[in-house]
Design a protein around this ligand. Structure first.
Ligand code: PGA
Length: 251
């Protein structure tokens, strides 16, 4: 039985003081979520990770938004896995479409990062999803399949048992133009079939999230789909009221 997961992606938002206020305000939500077999998490900026980890409920998942695949060295502006682990952070987003678009994050680079995270017992949340032109050309499945096959290359079934995949069609991110629940289900179930082909039955345990303009009003429709195990939420995860709404609407 896959547990549901609501993960907020704060992107480049919130001062440390704002992140602390959110972490404190979110405390009562985590117990309610866990009692209902739902995991709750947020991915703050690097600067706020420590503050959120220290001020949120212990059961709150705190994820980084990126990491380097090397452990240390001359990589100006980068952060290593051991730096995250020192703060008690053991989750990390990989391959978000904004990083793919603005920071040259390729499937191959994602693969190096995912392998490094897994080797360090961390949970990668591997993001995939197609552009509007790919969607309109009817090439979504071929595109997403390539992202999954290359991003998860050279891994074993044991390696991927805690992995999370997030399907986020780029045309639905931050646009208010969300993919229908039918599209989300179709692609998430397609992703599960690729995972099954690559890794066997462990694919039934891997959580697959939908992301893209998820809001309290539509979250339930997505999470009612059999292959959608949760949501990766940007805009609607920033305010505590709306974050709470995401949870209460799926209880
Ligand atoms: P959005 O962002 O919910 O604001 O569309 C989702 C994401 O980019 O993870």
């Amino acid at each position: 039985m896959r547990r549901k997961l609501l993960l907020g992606n704060w992107k480049m938002n919130k001062l440390v003081s704002e992140a602390r206020d959110f972490a404190l305000a979110s405390k009562p939500l985590v117990g309610t979520a866990l009692k209902n077999n739902i995991d709750l998490g947020v991915a703050p900026t690097y600067l706020s990770l420590d503050t959120v980890k220290k001020n949120a409920d212990k059961g709150m998942i705190v994820a980084a938004q990126n990491v380097h695949f090397n452990d240390h060295g001359a990589f100006t502006g980068e952060i290593s896995i051991s730096m995250l682990k020192e703060l008690g952070i053991d989750w990390c987003l990989i391959g978000h479409s904004e990083r793919r678009e603005y920071d040259n994050e390729t499937n191959e680079k994602c693969n190096l990062k995912i392998k490094a995270l897994i080797a360090n017992d961390m949970v990668p949340v591997y993001c995939c999803g197609e552009s509007l032109s790919t969607f309109e050309a009817g090439n979504t499945k071929a595109f997403v399949s390539e992202q999954i096959r290359v991003g998860l290359r050279d891994l074993t079934a044991a390696d991927v048992k805690n992995l999370v995949v997030a399907y986020e069609p780029i045309w639905s991110i931050g646009t208010g133009k969300n993919a229908s629940a039918e599209i989300a289900q179709d692609i998430c179930s397609f992703i599960r079939s690729i995972l099954k082909e690559m890794f066997g039955n462990v694919a039934n345990d891997i959580r697959i999230l939908y992301g893209g303009s998820v809001k309290p009003e539509n979250v339930k429709a997505y999470l009612s789909c059999p292959d959608v195990d949760g949501a990766l939420v940007g805009g609607a995860s920033l305010k505590i009221d709306s974050y709470e709404g995401l949870l209460t609407n799926i209880l």
